[in-house]
Design a binder for this molecule. Structure first.
Ligand code: FAD
Length: 546
């Protein structure tokens, strides 16, 4: 017979004897003794032997302790020994407070005791200190065990180490904080919508717009704008698994001084079902989400609109100037008629040979006087030059604007544009309108040159680059070019080199040079380029009050 077997038999014998004793206890046996022996013997009608309960507690993987009503330890199981590092002999008779650490606030202990002393179970988390001083997080449940009178006789404590779970949770929280920080720092509105359009995540920019819209949900407003202005519902696009990019819509926001523009992009996303039923991933039905990004582009829009307006103004001014010049030239031609008539008469008199010198002198005086008057009329008719203040200008942006404005003409002429701007250009202080008309004039010249050549692949190459504190711009076409002997003449006023001279004043390059030199720069026809014409110019900064 093995030792275990004989032990089991011995326990059985004791149990049987206890059973007999309790069935008919001798008279005068104190009630406490009967109660205690009943606890030891267990219920003879119970389906499981008492020993099994003990072994279950002993071998449970949770640290279990039984204390008296003052929390002095009576019993601990194996898991308790393993977790705390204390043997049962070391802790028996000592208070549970041997596990306490000063990292647990006193208010938690007070709450624990208030609860268990009112005969209720308490569950919570404490910082425990093991025998080797290692601190761990204990998820603890303390349950009171009442005696027959309903008073607290013992406490049952169960705890396990949740340090790892806490670390994981903290990491998750930290990651969430990082993501929120990044999202909030992004200068773009970010919002995650569920299938019904409800917001499940947003960022600082989104909340700002929510404030501007006085509580109206920005996601709903943007969705409506996309439906009405771009012709699609972003949530339906999400349902179809489609994404969209850079769709521009405008919304009216009270007090914004005009519509505000947003460039919207959307990406469908799916989120795992977090219900218990999907724990093993067998009933997966991922939730669809829409990640909507909206970048405010009101400033850029307004800048383009302003540039269009400025261009319109410039064109109007140009037309007015042409009109004025026509009037001035008409008046000058009329005024010149007078002196010319007198000159013709004087010439006739001289040819007749009957010249009276005094009459000739009078005629010359009249010629001089009417000549003066004609000159005065011309001077009065000269259009006034408007003074423009210097402002910070990004030459890349300005050139792109002019190119956009010339798009129709370039397309109509079948010109291929190669735009090679410097990735980064220093801003220069310049007169925007002057510079805009400078570039417009040079591009117009290139278009004219390419139109005059015709027949071949027309190309226009524009480059910018920074050279010290200068910004260099080249505008190059593969048209007929400007011959070496005309390279300098082309910048002289009233010089016209076009085959078709109609409507040309010959002032374009002269004015271009004036604008460039006014910006402390220089302009030339590049002598090294022979496949067409390359205008190279460099602009210097000018001070704003110049
Ligand atoms: P203490 O002075 O012992 O207690 C702090 C505060 O708790 C006191 O200011 C008082 O307000 C209240 N308090 C303490 N004892 C009593 C009491 N008998 N009646 C009413 N209020 C009281 N603590 C742990 O740190 N880790 C554990 O794992 C742990 N397990 C426990 C298991 C059981 C079954 C029980 C009954 C208690 C357990 N405790 C545990 C609590 C422990 O007994 C101590 O109260 C606690 O550790 C604080 O000890 P302390 O020496 O820092 O301060």
């Amino acid at each position: 017979m093995t030792r275990t077997r004989s032990k089991e038999l011995a326990i059985q014998t004791v149990n049987d004897a206890l059973g007999e004793f309790l069935a008919a206890p001798p008279e005068g046996t104190p009630a406490e003794v009967i109660e205690l022996l009943s606890l030891v013997a267990g219920d003879p009608d119970a389906p499981l032997p008492t020993r099994l309960y003990f072994e279950a507690v002993e071998q449970a993987p949770v640290a279990i302790s039984i204390t008296d009503a003052r929390a002095d330890i009576l019993y601990v199981n194996e898991a308790f020994e393993a977790l705390t590092g204390y043997t049962r002999d070391e802790v028996r008779g000592r208070n549970e407070s041997i596990l306490s650490s000063n990292a647990t606030p006193d208010s938690i202990y007070q709450q624990l005791w208030r609860t268990i002393n009112s005969k209720k179970s308490w569950s919570g988390t404490l910082v425990n200190r093991a025998k080797d001083n290692r601190e761990y997080l204990a998820a603890l449940t303390v349950a009171p065990v009442l005696n027959q009178d309903g008073d607290i006789a013992f406490f049952l404590g169960m705890h396990w180490d949740v340090t790892h779970e806490h670390q994981l949770e903290s990491q998750l929280r930290q990651q969430k904080r990082h993501i929120e920080m990044v999202l909030d720092a992004a200068p773009v509105l970010v919002v995650l919508l569920d299938e019904t359009g409800r917001v499940s995540l947003d960022n600082h920019e989104y909340k700002k717009l929510l404030g501007d819209l006085r509580g109206k949900e920005p996601a709903e407003v943007l969705r409506q704008a996309l439906r009405e202005q771009a012709g699609f519902d972003p949530l339906e696009a999400m349902g179809g698994g489609k994404n969209f990019k850079d769709v521009e819509v405008s919304i009216e926001i009270p007090g914004s001084g005009g519509p505000r523009w947003f460039s919207c992009s959307g990406t469908p996303a799916s989120e795992a079902d977090i219900n218990a039923r999907n724990f093993f991933g067998r009933h997966a039905r991922d939730e669809r989400r829409l990640l909507l990004l909206a970048n405010e582009i009101t400033a850029q829009r307004r800048e383009v609109e302003r540039a269009h307006l400025e261009n319109l103004r410039a064109r109007l001014a140009e037309q007015q100037m042409i009109h004025g010049m026509r009037e001035a030239l008409g008046a000058a031609m009329y005024q010149m008629q007078g002196p010319l008539n007198v000159i013709r008469a004087a010439l006739g008199m001289l040819q007749d040979g009957r010249t009276d010198p005094s009459a000739l002198a009078g005629m010359l005086e009249e010629i001089s006087a009417s000549g003066q008057r004609a000159m005065q009329t011309l001077q009065n008719a000269l259009p006034k030059e408007s003074r423009e203040a210097g402002r910070l200008v990004n030459i890349n942006a300005l050139l792109r604007q002019v190119m956009e404005l010339e798009t129709d003409r370039l397309l109509a002429a079948g010109i291929v544009v190669d735009w090679q701007p410097a990735a980064v250009l220093p801003a220069i202080t310049g007169r925007k309108n002057q510079l805009r008309s400078l570039f417009k004039h040079l591009i117009d010249n290139a278009i004219l040159a390419l139109e005059e050549t015709g027949g071949m692949q027309s190309e226009l190459l524009m480059t910018t680059r920074a050279v010290d504190k200068l910004v260099e711009v080249t505008i190059q076409d593969n048209g007929p070019g400007i011959s070496a002997e005309r390279r300098f003449k082309a910048f002289e006023p009233l010089y016209i080199g076009w085959r078709n001279r109609r409507g040309r004043a010959g002032m374009g390059l002269a004015l271009a040079r004036e604008i460039v030199t006014g910006h402390g720069g220089c302009i030339e026809v590049d002598p090294d380029y022979t496949q067409g014409c390359r205008i190279r110019l460099a602009l210097n900064k000018v001070t704003p009050d110049e």
